[in-house]
Design a protein around this ligand. Structure first.
Ligand SMILES: Cc1ncc(COP(=O)(O)O)c(C=O)c1O
Length: 393
């Protein structure tokens, strides 16, 4: 048996093109890597922690400024860092959802959103997706109406994904927010696939909470994320403790309950901060990312039998495809069976496809160079023709 200290060096092929749908937006920048080394000790950012004793007040390194900058970057009023988007969901639920409250989610919500609701005893109720795999304001209104009618309670919160993890589709956020607010239901925008990837303006979207994932979309180490909100909800979500030490009368007043006092320390906060100037700049180049995504999806669509299950034209770099009538047909007789596609791609330096995935699967082109997008498109076409699939123009 190996002991925990016997850690093998992780092999990362820096030259490979990674198309793993969940990894690409979180890869560290060189500056984040340097920060990880410099701030490896757990309490490395706490050397200059002075009154008030809370991490988000630390001025050196400028963690306090980083919080303020994140809030204004998202057009929100207040922001806190959290260990992953999921902890953001939990913090919001902790502030707003009581046991037995219905909470609206969507048919495309991630399981961690459900767990957030469950963590405070809320009852998840789903908005169904339409035939185009999109969540609409009409469907949101129907769900809210149904819940009120059948359960006699107004939902205490509504979750909606800016872009979902299944199809990479955009949903009717502004319209859904308007509908929810007409019932006084606050709206949580799950930006796990948008914050740090494309411009997000919480005020323009009309949402009450913006959640981001650092390790998924902000080029930050795991576990990291953020929760941003408006002045209206900041006091509720970031409520400080009223508890005193029972015997000693000690007070802990400044510590926020949902944040468990202090949040991201060391590597996570510093990695996130180090990448942030790059992240701010990269979201402005979103159109270029879409153009590269379309080069790859056009190539896939040119392969006989391949269909795209995500909305078209693509408005995100994460795409769900159906290759049951193309690559999976090849797999049926290929000596490597279902592993032939991931193996052929890997030989061409393309990684991130789950071995065996030849039916319905997802890829993400985020962060590729134009040359890599063209190379990836050619690679798919080449693997197709080498295996007897025809191409259209
Ligand atoms: C849509 C979506 N939301 C939330 C999460 C959870 O994010 P985190 O790992 O930052 O908690 C994920 C993770 O895969 C996700 O895909």
């Amino acid at each position: 048996m190996k002991c925990a200290g016997d850690i093998e060096v992780r092999q990362v092929d820096e030259m490979a093109i990674n198309i793993d749908p969940i990894q690409v937006g979180g890869r560290l920048t060189a500056d984040a890597m340097k920060a990880v080394i410099a701030y490896g000790d757990g309490y490395s950012v706490c050397d200059n922690c002075r009154k008030p004793f809370r991490l988000d007040y630390i001025k050196k390194p400028p963690i306090a400024d980083f919080h303020a900058e994140l809030a204004s970057w998202l057009s929100m009023d207040a922001c806190r860092l959290v260990p992953g988007a999921r902890r953001g969901f939990q913090a919001v639920c902790q502030g707003l959802v009581s046991k037995g409250d219905p909470v609206i989610l969507t048919a495309l919500s991630h399981y961690t959103e459900f767990l957030g609701v469950e963590s405070t005893g809320g009852l998840p109720r789903e908005i169904q997706k339409n035939a185009e795999n999109r969540i609409t304001a009409d469907a949101a209104a129907e769900t809210i109406e149904r819940v009120i009618r059948e359960e006699g309670k107004t939902p205490s919160l509504l979750f909606v994904e800016g872009v979902d993890y299944q199809y990479g589709n955009h949903h009717e956020i502004k319209e859904i927010s308007r509908v929810a607010h007409s019932y006084d239901i606050p709206v949580l925008y799950n930006g796990a696939y948008t914050v740090g990837i494309l411009p997000v303006d919480g005020k323009a979207l009309g949402v009450d909470f913006v959640i981001g994932s650092g390790h998924k979309s902000m080029a930050a180490p795991a576990p990291s994320g953020l929760v941003a909100t408006t002045d209206e909800y900041a006091e509720t979500i970031f409520a400080t403790t009223a508890v005193k030490g029972d015997q000693t009368g000690r007070t802990f007043g400044i510590k926020e309950i949902a944040m468990m006092g202090c949040t991201l320390m060391g590597v996570t906060v510093m990695g996130m901060m180090a990448s942030f100037p790059h992240v701010k700049e990269r979201v402005l180049r979103w159109d270029e990312e879409l153009a590269k995504s379309r080069i790859v999806t056009d190539a896939l669509l040119s392969i006989e039998g391949t269909t795209i299950l995500s909305e078209m034209p693509r408005r995100h770099t994460l795409t769900r495809i159906d290759t049951r009538a193309s690559f999976d047909r090849v797999a049926a007789t290929h000596k490597k069976r279902g592993f032939f596609l991931s193996s052929a791609l890997s030989k061409m330096g393309i990684t991130g496809v789950i071995p065996g995935a030849t039916k319905i699967w997802k890829l993400n082109t985020y962060g590729m160079t134009m040359a890599q997008a063209e190379y990836t498109a050619d690679a798919f076409r080449e693997i197709a023709t080498e295996n007897g699939l025809s191409l259209s123009d």
